[in-house]
Design a protein. Structure first.
Length: 385
């Protein structure tokens, strides 16, 4: 291949289960490697998506000892002590790049600055809504906020957001930056449809309304409210089955909640599924009960598969369903979630209506257009908003 290719370094925390990780591997599988030489730096050497990385991509794995790497990043965040971290990053990432992209913005974005002149242009990709997601909000304040505003975000060449909501919340915290862009997540739609046709190892009861949720078992996903909503639906003698696909540290407490409410027949924690699409395709409804989202990948995929959707009113979801135009949007409470699901369980005509709304909304997802926007960004041709 020609040496005139643009050389790109992608940086990400890990390739563990998550929407941004899936988006990155989807995008790399569609990349034009005749135009770009791509290296991928993974900070923590863990994750199920390593096998999805194309063989044309050179993978750099920074740390095998996860706890040690987290100690180093904690010292960097809390005390700005990072000499050893700088040495490790520079020892592992030895080559020079036209562009460096931190694909999941965090403290790891600072690694681009640790590399100094090895990276000509530095870009970060914001996948979350920083104001409404407390995991970020509790850190982005005081002296640390001032430090990263000046020394991270103020020095980046470009900042990409996955939604207008995520950009708005970012600017409410950090102010407006010189070069920002909104680029929707690339989904690899053809692959979603291909994988959705694969055989499923469980049977679905066509006599009940099958409801699916996809996402890690973390507080921000609001699954406790979804389970409580299931109790309210059961009390009204409605026939349904909710399957939640995902892993996370809340698994035991959510299992306990299901048992305590006597919902073993109505709610099932299915664990992580590398291929969730057959479950989604066989379901009647997709539900997302999040407290905060950037641009939720699983919801996008459900819309691509033309599933009727019920979502809570939060950043990301609100924008994606256009305030209820393309899906049922409810408040973040068990009562409201139950009411939204009840509409689709009881009224087949509403189920059909919102299926058609998803079919209309999926037109915003054009992989080729989005990929060209990424290329333009890398080559410095992206137009400012």
């Amino acid at each position: 291949m020609s040496s005139s290719r643009t050389k790109v370094l992608f940086l990400i925390h890990s390739l563990e289960e998550g929407g941004a990780e899936r988006v990155l591997t989807n995008m790399l599988k569609m990349f034009d490697f005749t135009r770009f030489e791509v290296h991928l730096c993974v900070v923590e050497n863990r994750g199920i998506y390593f096998k999805e990385v194309p063989q044309q991509v050179k993978v750099i794995r920074l740390f095998n000892h996860i706890l040690f790497s987290r100690l180093l990043i904690k010292l960097h965040v809390k005390f700005n002590l990072n000499l050893y971290l700088r040495l490790v990053v520079n020892a592992q990432v030895r080559e020079h790049y036209d562009v460096g992209i931190s694909f999941l913005d965090s403290a790891y974005t600072d690694f681009l600055f640790f590399l100094g002149k090895k990276v000509k242009r530095k870009i970060t990709w914001v996948h979350s809504s920083y104001k409404t997601y407390s995991n970020f909000g509790r850190f982005y304040k005081g002296a640390y906020k001032k430090r990263i505003t000046r020394h991270r975000y103020g020095k980046l060449d470009d900042i990409v957001f996955v939604s207008n909501d995520s950009r708005r919340e970012f600017e409410e915290i950090f102010g407006r930056m010189r070069s920002t862009h909104v680029i929707l997540n690339l989904l690899n739609i053809e692959e979603i449809h291909t994988r959705s046709d694969m055989e499923l190892d469980v049977s679905f009861d066509s006599k009940v309304t099958n409801i699916v949720a996809v996402g890690v078992l973390l507080p921000v996903k609001g699954y406790d409210k979804l389970i409580q909503a299931a109790m309210l639906l059961k009390e009204e003698n409605l026939k349904f089955k909710i399957r939640i696909l995902g892993n996370g540290y809340l698994e035991e407490s959510l299992h306990a909640l299901i048992r305590d409410l006597g919902l073993e027949d109505e709610v099932e924690l299915c664990g992580f599924r590398f291929n969730p699409y057959p479950y989604m395709k066989e379901s009647d409804v997709f539900v997302m009960t999040s407290i905060s989202e950037g641009w939720p990948t699983a919801l996008c995929e459900a819309i691509v598969l033309e599933l009727p959707v019920v979502v809570t009113d939060c950043s990301g979801c609100r924008e994606l369903v256009a305030n209820g135009e393309y899906g049922i949007m409810v408040q973040q409470s068990a009562v409201a979630i139950a009411e939204g699901l009840k509409q689709l369980i009881e009224k087949p005509e509403k189920l059909q209506y919102y299926q058609k709304r998803s079919a209309a909304r999926k037109l915003i997802f054009d992989d080729e257009v989005i990929l060209q926007q990424v290329y333009d960004l890398i080559e410095g041709k992206a137009k400012l908003p």
